[in-house]
Design a protein. Sequence first.
Length: 318
Amino acid sequence: MLPVKSVYQDLPLGYLDVDTSPPWPLLAINDAALRLLAQPQRTQAHTLTTLLSTLTSSDHARIEAQLRQGKDGSFEICLAAPQTPLAWRHIQLFQKKDHAQLIISDISSIKAESEQIQKEHEHRIKNNFQSLISILELESTFLDSACCQSLIKDHLNYIQTYMDVNRLACYSDTQNEIDFNRYLTTLCQHYQRQFSREFKSANLRLDCPALLLDSKTTSVIGIILSELMINTSKHAFNVDHDNQLFIQVSQDHHQLSIQVQDNGPGLPEHINIESAMSFGLCLIRSSITQLSGQLQYEYRQGSHFQLLLPIHPSQSSN
């Protein structure tokens, strides 16, 4: 066993002292650190890199990146050892002049309680959304106007976008970061099912990189894309046509670009997307203003919309 200061040996917290150079040779370690990292008491590990082998590759990389930068840090990590039940650890990193210290604590029970609260919270919100959906669906059965029924259907789609954001936020580690690719995939699957019921041929394709966005930005983008897809089904798709809709997302530094392309007839020439007073375009413009973004339109063998949004460093992560 490596030497360890007696003051740390009997602590329930894990203690590690490592060199400042990769692969960060171990200078000192107590029994609790080995236990919390699911390592045997007679481990052959002599470097931090080897000792962290029970972490996921992403957690491992984050800690080593912080060490390379010479900065203090705080991490919530999950053990990846197959023989170990799901276990969460908190690691606090302190950088000294010629060495670094890591303090490890077990937060599994705290995470379990937090996840239970999240599930209960999600369940309550889901029930509230579902009640609202049921009321709107019931109301639509008493309406003779096709226009009113269509309007209620649109509102049901908007509610679905918020439900998807809430569901993904509840299962996100940070509660505010949403897996944008996963969210858009879910949203597109919802509309693909809807298109398939209404048209003989309707193909919705998505190209989106791995991207994390905050929940507010995600929900607003969801409303914009929902409105564009609703309008596509109403004005671009044809019952006997090979209907195509393509959504492409890309990120360039601190700007997010979302392009929506269909193969329909395009907007009428008299429509100006910056001044038209239709409900859909007013909703889109209002939503884009919330995000300080821009919307561009041109005809490219169909309607082509491009949404440009500024993304700050705290809003995105690759």
